[in-house]
Design a binder for this molecule. Sequence first.
Ligand code: ATP
Ligand code: MG
Length: 576
Amino acid sequence: MRWTRTFIPTLKEDPSDAEIASHKLMVRAGLMRKLTSGVYTYLPLGLRAVKKVERIVREEMDRAGALETLMPILHPAELWKESGRWDVYGKELFRPVDRHDRPHALGPTHEEVITDLVRREIRSYRELPVTFYQIQTKFRDEIRPRFGVVRAREFTMKDAYSFHPDEQSLRETYMAMHAAYTAVFRRCGLHFTAVEADSGAIGGDYTHEFMVLAGAGESEVVSCGCGYSATLERAETAPVRPEAGPQSAAAMEKVSTPGMKTAEEVASFLGKPTSSLIKTLLYDAQGETVAALIPGDRELNEAKLRHMLRVDAVTMADPERILEVTGGPMGFSGPVGLEGVRLVADSRVEFMHNCVVGANEQDCHYVNANLGRDFEAAQFGDLVVAREGDPCVRCGKPVSIQRGIEVGQIFELGTKYSKSMKAHYLDQAGQERDFVMGCYGIGITRTVAAVIEQSHDNNGIVWPASVAPYHIEVLPLNVNDEPTMRLAEEVYESLTASGYETLLDDRDQRPGFKFKDADLIGLPFRVVIGEKALGEGKVEVRNRKTGETTKIPPDRLLEKMAALLPEEVREGRAHN
Ligand code: ATP
Ligand code: MG
């Protein structure tokens, strides 16, 4: 492609709404433009990168035996009512109404549509297992669209759904998808980790998120050198056992703490460390009020509380409810004498002695409260948000926390949708059974952004060859110099004919300007053709990533590129 014949509107300035590197660079390098909040047009260069990721995903899905389909974006509301998600999906679901006043949904994901298809078309265990996938535009009215296409309202996703006779068959496909995802993200040149994630549902189904480690990520990943890794929502860590033996229990005493509500305020008022406080947090767990005890210097992890209580949702109790069950105002709740409420505790509380707790009375706390003597808890477990340096649950070594961008998720759904939507097959004995299902998503456009997030420098994008819009840029320094241009054309033709996707910067611009743009759009290699090197019978080959430059005679160029950019590298099966 010739630069003058395509459309690459590069910009000097960062767009004012861009906070992260990939967003800035995708706009500046002329890959995309915003239409409205969270909605983008892909320009020719950007679209090429998107298609590269799509191709890799397609190849790996096909290899895993998944069947490509294309489902509608417009869904009748009835289908979403059948699954029960019409009422729980909330505002993220776009709900257009047609001319007959019939409500619809714009698909944010396609469990309902595929389950409807399969329940009509597949009858027998003989047709199972089967996996369908599609690559398609998704709509989600995100509360906070930001970071360009990382969190958009309209974006491209690959979604796949598998149907099985039983759990074992599901687990086999799940593992195959895990392997396919690993291959996809490797081929895209990403550093990523597959982490155990929280499913949000009771008990916690089996699910992994594929996280690209990047400072701009919105998710946090807890990991340990031993191989343990999990999302912050899910990550368990162990309590630190105190080195000293048990302290002697001092006499409990009620003290005045006027107006001191937060753990920090109470601790500093009493001249004690925040870690000697026990926070008593009252929650409404689907009708039951529960008190959760955690160390004063930690935060409660609601997902863990949900799992411990085996409920789908927990919400903080309101001040009226707190007054009703504890007899005291919010901020002064404590476990001593608290009756008629289930008390659960973080395991770390078991190792705390002579603690400060609320006295269930305005402006009062107890000091030297002790578990076992002054209060009890019905259940212990890990209830707090993991922290950098906490002991790993598996090996006890300190864990670390990094930020990540979720590029994909795989999920064992079980019979959730087949039950609610009455999707059955007949087993070997002629018995009707619910399909067992799995679902698997990859954010295609988010993956392109994640690649840039991980691979850029101050001057622009540094594309891995597998996702780069073109492999090589041919850059004649002076398009008005006849011998320069003649050679540039020849080089461009021969590279293109040999299968390299090549961009010829044939613009009549100063070299400095063209170099800046070349760095910005970040193709893996640049071949510079200038009068001076030409005088020596050479062209210059520059590696965008390493900055390494070599001068070679033009007739050695193909040989050189074959070494630098073999097919395995262009396909992402190897990286240079
Ligand atoms: P997140 O927690 O980031 O909102 P999610 O759990 O809602 O993601 P899924 O429903 O699992 O995401 O969707 C599958 C994939 O689609 C995600 O792994 C992500 O790569 C991509 N994705 C989800 N929401 C968006 C969005 N708003 N913009 C771009 N890509 C998205
Ligand atoms: Mg989401």
